[in-house]
Design a protein around this ligand. Structure first.
Ligand code: SAM
Ligand code: SF4
Length: 342
């Protein structure tokens, strides 16, 4: 009998989906399309940037197409473009259109800091994108400059407004929760869900920057946010969300949803369905993994596609039980989330 795991969301039977030893199936790929960024968020990149790799190490458009096609053949039904800032990659619209027009992958998403959204929104709508996650940690202009080391809050808010009023169905706002920085804005962000059908998601700070600002007492635990929400709203309904949205609520009579993601405390690994591809074409089987598999060089060497598929399957098979085990596996290699894509 066919296993349910082998049926994609379009009802297509996949002979041999990507799985691991712990019974997880991987049907969601996140591709970082560059390392560069127009902001310098203090928890992500130092002011001077990170040692960016030479351009020829980055995946080119055709290599990204190849990866997406192979992934689709192995049952992947969701693609997210991230970075760095994906909207500063010149061919971002071509990448989205490729998934929309040349594959049957039903779910195409983008994670952006939102600064360029006002310039891109029409083209994003036309390209077939289904969802945009906008990263925005504060609604206060001075704090925005402090956290991103750049101007741009007005652009992000304009972009958010345009996205909400566009045909793109799923709009989420990602907030990295930080003690004594934006813990006093949690309820302001929740208010955005009163009249807008969006999801506001509070995410734990993670140890992914060379300056290790997460060690400076800014960490704010998911559980604390959940408790704050519970004590502020007595009519909080539990609703369904994506696999990482461990706590997801709807406030009575509000249009949108509120989610809390324990990305550092990592109580979400059992349901992980993600494959990560870095801007330089390495596959990571876990956000916290210290080991990478070089898909870029495999493609560039011209080996047959079934061998590349086996490489991908093999790397995912080796996924460790959870992010804690993966982190303990070895020394940190990457200096910034901008190289991984979040
Ligand atoms: N530039 C885009 C953006 O900011 O949305 C996409 C790339 S960014 C690396 C992806 C996500 O990673 C953002 O939501 C950002 O807030 C998050 N991120 C970066 N560094 C982080 C850290 N140290 N802890 C938690 N989240 C982090
Ligand atoms: Fe850029 Fe996103 Fe990193 Fe901020 S979190 S510096 S916007 S890549």
């Amino acid at each position: 009998m066919k296993k349910l795991n082998n049926i994609t969301s379009k009802g297509i039977f996949v002979e041999d989906p990507i799985t691991d030893h712990f019974g997880r199936t991987f049907n969601y790929v996140r591709i970082a399309v560059n390392e560069y960024c127009n902001l310098r968020c203090i928890y992500c990149m130092p002011e001077e940037g990170v040692p960016f790799q030479k351009k020829d190490r980055h995946l080119v458009k055709d290599e990204i197409f190849t990866i997406i096609k192979l992934m689709e053949e192995m049952g992947v039904s969701k693609v997210r473009f991230t970075g760095g800032e994906p909207l500063i990659r010149k061919d971002i619209i071509d990448l989205i259109q490729f998934v929309y027009k040349k594959t049957d992958i039903p779910s195409i998403h983008l994670t952006t800091n939102g600064v360029l959204l006002p310039d891109y929104i029409d083209r994003l709508v036309d390209s077939g994108l289904n969802g945009i996650n906008i990263s925005l940690d504060t609604l206060n202009n001075e704090k925005f400059k402090k956290i991103t080391r750049r101007e741009g809050l007005d652009k992000v808010l304009e972009g958010l407004h345009l996205a909400i009023n566009s045909e793109i169905k799923s709009i989420k706002v990602n907030i990295v929760a930080m003690k004594d920085f934006n813990d006093d804005e949690i309820l302001d962000f929740v208010e955005l869900t009163r009249d807008n059908d969006i999801t506001v998601r509070f995410i734990e700070l993670m140890p992914f920057d060379s300056h290790q600002i997460w060690k400076t007492g800014k960490f704010y635990k998911a559980e604390k946010i959940v408790n704050q929400l519970k004590s502020s709203f007595n009519q909080l309904d539990l609703v369904n969300g994506s696999s990482t949205e461990h706590h997801i609520f709807k406030i009575k009579n509000y249009k949108g949803k509120v989610a809390v993601i324990p990305s550092y405390t990592r109580s979400l690994c059992g349901g992980c369905n993600r494959i990560r591809i870095t801007a330089d074409g390495k596959l990571l089987n876990c956000l916290y993994s210290q080991k990478e598999t070089n898909i870029r060089d495999a493609i560039r060497s011209g080996i047959p596609e079934n061998k590349i598929k086996n490489l991908i399957r093999g790397a995912m098979q080796k996924k460790l039980k959870d992010g804690w085990t993966a982190q303990n596996e070895g020394k940190d290699q990457r200096e910034s989330m901008t190289q991984i894509g979040g």
